[in-house]
Design a protein around this ligand. Sequence first.
Ligand SMILES: Nc1ncnc2c1ncn2[C@@H]1O[C@H](COP(=O)(O)OP(=O)(O)OP(=O)(O)O)[C@@H](O)[C@H]1O
Ligand SMILES: [Mg+2]
Length: 375
Amino acid sequence: MHAITPPEPPVRLRDLIDAMRKLGHAARHAQPHAGHAAHVSDARGAALAVTTCDGAIVSVNRSATVLFGYANAELAGKQLADFAHDDDHAHAEHEFRSNAAEAFRSFDVTLVGRTGHRLFLRVFQQSIATDASNAPLRLLMFVEPLTLANVNSIDGDTHAFTNWLFMGQQRERERLAAELHDGMGQALTLIKLMVEDARMRLRAGHTDDAAQLLDSTVLQIRDTIGEMRQICGELRPLALERLGLPAALSTLCRRVEKSVETLRVAFACGVEDGEIRDHLKADIFRVVQEALNNIVKHADASEVRVDLQRDGAYLRLSIHDNGSGYDHHPLNSNDARTNGLGLIGMQHRVEAQGGVFALNPGDDGGTEITAHWRL
Ligand SMILES: Nc1ncnc2c1ncn2[C@@H]1O[C@H](COP(=O)(O)OP(=O)(O)OP(=O)(O)O)[C@@H](O)[C@H]1O
Ligand SMILES: [Mg+2]
C-alpha cells in the first residue's frame, strides 16, 4: 500500500496577518534596535518567507527574491538551510529545522545569494496558527543587522537609526544597479548593434534594408524608454514627486480603471498633500498600488472605492472592492508558485510606520483593506 502524504494545511490570510502582527511586535522587543530594522528594506518592503516547520520554503515575497536573487518558483520547496554558507551550514540547518516550542524566535545566519555574495542575516521567526495542528507553518522576516563594529562606533539611538537608513539606501542602490545592468544595459547594447548594422547597410547602398532596420530600432528604443520609466517608478513613484500624494493616487486609480474595461475605480481624498507626513507618502502609494493589483488579479470586482481621509488626529486609508472576497482564496501552500506575500508586505509597511492595518470582508461580499496612522 502506498503511503498517502497529507496535503499541506492551507494558510488562512487571517492567520498570516495575525502572525505578521505578532512577529513585528516580538521583533521590536527582541533587541534594542529592532524597531529600526523595519527601515532596512528596499522599495518593495521587508524580505519575508513562509516555511514548513522543517525549514522548506513555501513562498517568499518580492523583496526576498531580490535579496536572494532567485525567483519564488526557484525557491519554493527548497530547504532554506541549502542556501547557507558552507561555514554556517550545520548551524543554519539546526536553526531552520529547530522544533523549539516557542512561537517566536530570532537567530543569525550566513546565507549565500545567487551571485555568490554572502548575506549576514538576522532571522525573526513566528509560528503561524493553522487548522491542522500537526504541521504548523512559520513566517520569517530577514533583516541585515548592524555589525558589532558599527554599533560600537556610534553612541545613541539617532546614530543607529541613521545607520539603518543608510544601509537601506545601500541595498536600494545595489538593486538599482542590478536592474539597470540587466534591463537597460542589455537593451542599449542591442540598440547599438542594430544602429551599427543599419550604418553598414547604408554604406553598402542597401537603403531599404537600412530603413527597415532603423524602424525596428525605433520600436526597441520605445520599449527601452518604457522599461526605464518602470524602473524609476519602482524606486520612488515619479508621480508622487511631481504631483503630490492625492494627485498621484488619483492618476494611479484612473490608470487602473483604463486598463480594465469592466472596473470602475472611484477615488476620494479629504486631505491636502502638505498635511501628510513625507515619509508616509511612498508607503501609502505602495499600499494602494498593491491593493489595486490584487483586485485586478484576484477579485473579479466591478467597483472599487479608494478613500483617504482625515479623521480627528488620524489619517485613514481604505480600499474597498465588491469582488469575490479573500475568504474564497485561502493561501494554500500547494499553490506556492502562484501565491505571494504581497498583503503581508503591505501590512508590514503600515505597521513599521506605527500604523494599524486591517483586512476585512466587505458588506457586499468583497474585501476592504483599511490602514490608519497618527497625523
Ligand atoms: N481583493 C482581493 N479579493 C480577493 N482575493 C484577494 C484579494 N486580495 C488578495 N486576495 C487573495 O489573497 C492572496 C494573497 O495576496 P497577496 O497579495 O499576498 O499575494 P499574491 O497577489 O498572490 O502575490 P504577489 O502579491 O506576491 O504577487 C491572493 O493570492 C488572493 O488569493
Ligand atoms: Mg498581491
